[in-house]
Design a protein. Sequence first.
Lengths: 409, 361
Amino acid sequence: MHKKNQKKTKVAIIGTVGIPAKYGGFETLAEHLARHMSDDFQLYVYCTKKKYAKAQRQKTFLGARLIYLPMDANGISSIFYDCLSILHALFYADVLLVLGVSGGVLLPFIRRFTRKKIVVSIDGIEWKRDKWIRPAKLYLWWAEKMAVRYSHADISDNESIQDYTAYRYKTLSNIIEYGADHTLRVSPTAKDFETYPFLTAPYAFKVCRIEPENNIHLVLAAFSTMNGLPLVMIGNWENSEYGQNLRHQYAGHKGITLLNPIYDQAGLDLIRGNASLYVHGHSAGGTNPSLVEAMYLALPVLAFHVSYNKTTTEHKAWYFSTTEDIVRIVQGLTPQDLMQNAAEMKEIADRRYTWEIIAKKYIYLIRKALETNRKTKIRPDASNLKADSLLKMDMGHLINPSYFYEKEQ
Amino acid sequence: MNPYYLQIATGLTVSLVFSLLSIPFVIALSVKYNLVDKPNTRKVHQNAIPRLGGIAIFFSAFTGIVISRIGLDAIRYWPVLFSSLALVFLLGVWDDLTELNAKLKFIIQICLAVSMASTGIRLSSLYGILGIHELSVAWQYIVTVLIIVGATNAFNLIDGVDGLAGGLGLIGMLVLGCLAWRLRLYPLVIVLSAGIGSLFGFLRYNNSPARIFMGDGGSLVLGFILSSIGILLIEAARASPELIQPSKAAILVVAILVIPVFDTWRVFASRIRTGSSPFKADKTHLHHLFLIAGLNHRKIAFSLYSFEILLVLLALVLSNFNGVSIIIILMVGIAHVLTLVLRVNTSMEKWLAIIKKMEVE
């Protein structure tokens, strides 16, 4: 595509803690984008000095140049971190790929006074999450509006988020999920059986941050009443009162094993990859990386009943809203059910959730943004014509078009 | 010692004691004859609550005024002002008993404001607001009527949360009382302190959870008295600028009226923008927005009291250095930012509900 002597388009990736990825979804995404996009673009990735000690900092990684800023990338200071990254990128970049909306306050100015192209991933619906205090929610709510309105293209990670942006902003968001092929199939060794005796028999598994929005209380309550399948759960129990209380309540329970976070991929994948059922309690965000990863590892999925989880699993998993749902579903499962569901989940993941596919979608979107000055609206341009002229042209259906987010009742 | 201290203290005490004693009586009578405000979708209270508090406030204040010689002087000096007040009071009580036609209410209010303006209680200058100074006689009438009718109805509309209109009115009377004292208009000081005393007694029963509302018989009178005495005092300052600068008096009057007036103006403007009638009731007033933000009545009332006190202090301090226009733009600006934040919050809550629904579909 590009001749060797031609200068590559410069793309700045803004809004992650940094790469090499040590943390969550956006960092893993940035790392795989570096791996798959460096041939097409010159990438620059912003990293925080707070999470990378001096000795760990590198000039480049997988072809991407790394730029370190001195602020924390999480919590309230992410607003300043993102804004400073955006301002810095203005000096050289052609495209700003902004992950998350917290830098939204700057985008109107950048759109108006520069010719930079802006692509924003709006992530889940961040302003709705319980972890933010009200002023932060208000800011994020408004920043999302700015980010969607003043970007050349925006990215949702889930159909339901696309419905939401279409409804609220009347623009078409581009769906790009996450990849999962960085997970590993790990077979347990004799030593592993010693460390984790539960590996010898079938078990259900759940991993998440210990927060009420992940419905841990429902899952634990359900498994504590069942005798069949035991539950193994990994999370940061000591981080909150909610977690401490749950651990205190359920720790000694037969059939429930609560583990502290495991940070190496192989260690985590050993426990999760060998489970017989994956329980996904997330109710927030769009497509959750952990769910996608479980699907790629060919685990049958029991997920909380929200639209995000249903679209991620293409409505083919089992879904629960209450403790009773979990008990009823788990007790009715047969080995055949599990095998069949595992195959279905794996098929979806292979088809949709590999980093190569995800990176291709990003490359396509960036190229599209480079060529356009206008955002895709969901309202057809023709609908702006006068109603009687539309009727004359036999296009009466365009007077009040119906939109894809208006689900059939 | 100033010879008026005793009479002022007497007026205040008498009206306070009278309202404390008479309100339980009004509550009992209202319940007995079923003169209560029943909850509907727009009202924010849950139980049927008497709404004739205005009667107790009015008669307590009246007693506090007529008990002293200079209180009676006040009525003698400004007979049209006080008879207009009495008529606004009757109009309000009438409206409380049988929902009155809105147009009729407006026409009566305009007539009363005009008759008052004809006795000289009218704004003769804008004191530099928007760069305007002297007004022609026709404009004096128009501006005066607009201010009085506007403030009267604004207080009526802001009366939606326990303690709010009463407290704002009390702070307003306190400020006007100080102005009147400074201008040596002691008869007016008596009138205002009687008002303060009776409102204080009323607030004891109107504090959240309220056992009685002031009704239109209270809120219309409050708006009318604050705006008309406000104008009277501004004009008095113009006559004796050595006591207080008229522009300073004007800014203080703006400060005590700006919250209800700005809110009413904003709500009306947005209703007109969206193409509906400005008089069509809805839930977009400042106190509704506060309720959506999760504050309880007590907190809402105290936030807005503090806000009004802040505006008064701002007016006091800044009027020594700045022009009138700048200070008023600043006040309206602050009120605008406050409502903007609350409105963003309201639409966020609205979208939260929409998303919750979308998520489970």
